[in-house]
Design a binder for this molecule. Structure first.
Ligand code: ATP
Length: 271
């Protein structure tokens, strides 16, 4: 099952102007942005701040701009605490930016890090079909959507398996299949491989890549710490200290991060 359950029309998304986040004290200044049609995600100058218990306004995201072309798999990388998850939650509509402009194609789905939070129904088939209840579909249509979605993530042979017998990565793939069955256009994936062993990691990333490539309509943004996952990406965004530092093809981001790491190591040697 996918938990995103975000709204489903494919229109311009404007964040809710009436924030429910009690930590925010800054008035919102959100305007619609001019959307380039071939981008599934387009955010400009996104800022997000929180107010600490001592009443101090703390910026978490600083003027982040991001553009993800439709039908591609992009990765969002950066050191711990740089703001990746916060940016992803803003794109998902789970948090409202303090200011900036944002468009994300819909339907969009957010898949969480912990595989045990992803699946709730007794069998794989029931779990993938779970979200389809809100559509007016015949049984045949439900079966066909479930079967295509499980095929895309390489889980067709597991249709009748009890979910508690699946590995963490298999549960993640079932969650992604749930999103695909609902005709999700944007997958927002938050460090899915953190709790997985190497085999499971590769299974999940390949499933996402295949879902993106085989449909031509699905776009995925994958938050990760793992540089080796960049080889599957069409492009990547690198963040540091709440800012988007670099935005481009996977190879150039890889070179940039390696250069950053070696300069950091050299600094340590000099100390
Ligand atoms: N509600 C909040 N109140 C205070 N600080 C917050 C809040 N939300 C996020 N932060 C801080 O903002 C920074 C960015 O957090 P975020 O989880 O987005 O980073 P991240 O890059 O995803 O980190 P990681 O890779 O470790 O998961 C961190 O320093 C975090 O402690």
């Amino acid at each position: 099952m996918n938990y995103s359950a975000l709204s489903r029309s494919s229109a311009l998304h404007l964040p809710n102007l009436h924030s429910t986040n009690p930590t925010r004290s800054v008035s919102l200044s959100i305007r619609s942005c001019i959307v380039t049609q071939n981008n599934a995600i387009e955010g400009q100058n996104l800022n997000y701040s929180v107010t600490t218990r001592l009443g101090q306004l703390t910026p978490i995201l600083k003027d982040c701009s991001i553009r993800i072309p439709s039908g591609q798999l992009w990765m969002l990388l950066g050191p711990n605490g740089c703001g990746k998850s916060t940016l992803l939650k803003i794109l998902a509509g789970l948090l409202n930016p303090t200011s900036g402009t944002l468009y994300v194609k819909k339907p969009k789905s957010f898949v969480f890090q912990n595989p045990d939070h992803q699946v709730v129904m007794p069998t794989v088939e029931a779990d993938v079909a779970f979200g389809l209840g809100k559509f007016d579909l015949t049984l045949e249509e439900v079966r066909s959507r479930v079967s295509r979605a499980l095929d895309a993530v390489g889980m067709s042979d597991y249709m009748q398996r009890p979910v508690q017998t699946l590995s963490g990565g298999q549960k993640q793939r079932v969650a992604i299949a749930g999103a695909l069955a609902e005709a999700c256009k944007v997958l927002l994936l938050d460090e899915l491989t953190t709790f997985l062993d190497e085999n499971d990691q590769v299974g999940v990333i390949k499933a996402v890549k295949n879902s993106v490539d085989s449909s031509g309509e699905v776009t995925a943004l994958w938050v990760t710490h793992r540089m080796e996952e960049l080889e599957y990406a069409d492009g990547a965004v690198y963040m540091e200290d709440g800012r988007v530092v670099m935005h481009g093809n996977a190879a150039s981001i890889m070179d940039f991060v390696k250069a950053r790491q070696s300069s950091y190591l050299n600094q340590l040697k000099l100390k």
